[in-house]
Design a protein around this ligand. Structure first.
Ligand code: T46
Length: 133
């Protein structure tokens, strides 16, 4: 399994940096929702679920975190520590986010509105969903 990353274009000049993301261009789907997590407490692991249909692009806009993706067979981790890199997270990936730095801001672009029914929170149910059990 390979984690799919996107290099985001950095518009920099003497004033500083700016990254612009447009749906179907920089983000590979239509964006219905954006959310961000910050002030994550030390040692916390977020995520621990998959989705039935949601697609997402994650960007660590400040600080760093470790993202682990699991397709039911293989598990890979990546450290996100710059605002010029996005990671595509398909629906059928179990995800965990850990090792958040104190200043971390995790921003996520999502293809659908929030829907608790789209979450798969049980790992065995996830394995059945991806046909690995
Ligand atoms: C995901 C990973 C990467 C809302 O009310 N609306 C929202 O759009 C979201 C995302 C969350 N919430 C509420 C639900 C919970 O009471 O915010 C609280 C924290 O959400 P959650 O525990 O789901 O956060 P994470 O960081 O474990 O997971 C989130 C996303 O929920 C999830 O879709 O893929 O980030």
């Amino acid at each position: 399994m390979e984690i799919k990353t996107y290099k985001l274009q950095r518009h920099g000049d003497y004033r500083g940096s700016l990254v612009a993301l447009e749906e179907m261009k920089d983000v590979p789907f239509e964006v219905k929702r954006v959310y961000y997590a910050f002030d994550t407490k030390p040692g916390v692991v977020r995520g621990n679920h998959a989705h039935k249909s949601l697609e997402q692009l994650m960007v660590c806009v400040k600080g760093s975190l470790k993202l682990t993706l699991d397709d039911g067979t293989d598990r890979q981790s990546i450290v996100l520590d710059n605002p010029y890199e996005g990671v595509y997270i398909a629906n059928n990936m179990w995800r965990e986010m850990s090792d958040f730095s104190d200043d971390c801001v995790m921003m996520v672009f999502a293809s659908k509105f929030y829907d608790e029914n789209d979450y798969i929170r049980d790992y065995d149910e996830f394995l059945r969903f991806v046909g690995k059990k």
